[in-house]
Design a protein around this ligand. Structure first.
Ligand code: TXA
Ligand code: MG
Length: 336
């Protein structure tokens, strides 16, 4: 299949949006930018179209997909009851990097929800995504636009690396702003429960909804040295050692050098910029920049160039952060 490339880095190209919307209406799959990561979209009401997402990604179909819509009205149309706190959350955070899990009204295909009674839905805050969703006027199921097991794509080039020739079109809207996937919040109970950490934090949600819980995986999934092995959603090509205690970092680097490993060092503290390693990557000077650059940095580490990634963990103020969560999932080893 020839994958059409639609350029929209500087401004919305209405003709190209119409072309992409037509493809979606015809049951084809189109990758598009959102504020978090690139999504791989298909008409959520058309099971044949949604199947094409799973085929292109090589994704197991027991993992439900997030449905994307342009407006609150469209969001409320595909769910049944929404607790009053949901309307407050929508007013506060949508369009934005937050996904609400609500009882499904049965309007989207069963393959989208993996047969669950609930549906995850969000309004992305990106002009290209919103223009496309408005134009096609359909709920669009869209997981991250990577091959299953790879980091989510934050540029159109990442999507091409994984899916060129397998999907109808890719809309290039430049690098995504946030770089990590949306906060997923279960809104089926009396209080919201975060299922996946993201840019919108537990404190921010609690501030609007009164309270907000964080889902903790069952204890058997906590294997402190290698949490990534149990419930990772992707593995970088190269093993990753996450170093939380930065005083230990030079020692970890030295140890791997002695073992003749070629090292990629992801760092943020200035003191490490002169360590002699094969690949030195300044992830960013703050969490926002680090989140934005992480997936591209992981993709750039190829097995034929480096043997191990040593990553200096971000300094978080005691709280749980999406960045630390994703790093933990990518890690093969964590040094506390
Ligand atoms: O930022 C994002 O959320 C990106 C962009 C493209 O919107 N999408 C994304 O989709 O990350 P995906 O498929 O890679 O991740 C969807 C997550 C999974 O962890 C899935 O289990 C959860 O959302 N999810 C979706 N529907 C759900 C439901 N009904 N109940 C519980 N979890 C659900
Ligand atoms: Mg994904």
């Amino acid at each position: 299949m020839q994958t059409r490339q639609l350029q929209m880095i500087k401004e919305i190209d209405e003709v190209a949006i119409e072309e992409a919307a037509d493809l979606l209406r015809e049951g084809e799959v189109v990758a598009f930018p959102t504020e978090t990561v690139y999504g791989l979209g298909a008409d959520a009401t058309n099971p044949t179209a949604v199947d094409k997402i799973f085929q292109a990604k090589g994704r197991p179909s027991d993992n439900p997909l997030i449905v994307h819509v342009a407006t609150e009205q469209q969001l409320l149309a595909i769910v049944t009851e929404a607790p009053t706190y949901v309307e407050k959350l929508i007013a506060a955070f949508s369009p934005g990097p937050i996904t609400y899990v609500l009882k499904s009204a049965g309007k989207v295909a069963d393959v989208v929800t993996a047969g669950l009674a609930t549906v995850g839905v969000r309004i992305p805050n990106h002009p290209v995504a919103l223009a496309l969703l408005q134009r096609c006027a359909l709920p669009i199921a869209a997981p991250s636009a990577n091959r299953s097991g790879r980091p989510s794509p934050t540029t159109a080039e990442h999507v091409r690396q994984d899916l060129e020739g397998k999907i109808a079109a890719i809309i290039d809207g430049g690098a995504t702003d946030i770089g990590l996937e949306s906060t997923v919040v279960d809104c089926t109970g009396e209080v919201p429960v975060i299922l996946r950490l993201g840019e919108i934090t537990q404190a921010e949600i609690a501030n609007i909804a009164g309270t907000c819980d964080l889902y903790e995986p069952p204890p058997e999934l906590h294997t402190p040295k290698s949490p990534g092995l149990k419930y990772k959603h992707y593995a970088p090509e190269v093993p990753l050692i996450l170093v939380k205690d930065r005083e230990k970092l030079p020692h970890i680097v030295r140890e791997n050098q002695l073992a003749r490993k070629r090292i990629a060092l992801f760092y943020h503290s200035d003191i490490f910029h002169s360590l002699a390693v094969e690949k030195l990557v300044l992830l960013g000077n703050n969490e926002t920049m680090m989140a934005k650059n992480l997936y591209a940095a992981l993709r750039a580490c190829k097995r034929d160039e480096v043997d191990v990634i040593v990553c200096e963990a971000p300094i978080t103020k005691g709280g749980k952060s999406a960045l630390l969560d994703r790093l933990g999932r990518a890690a093969t080893e964590i040094i506390d």
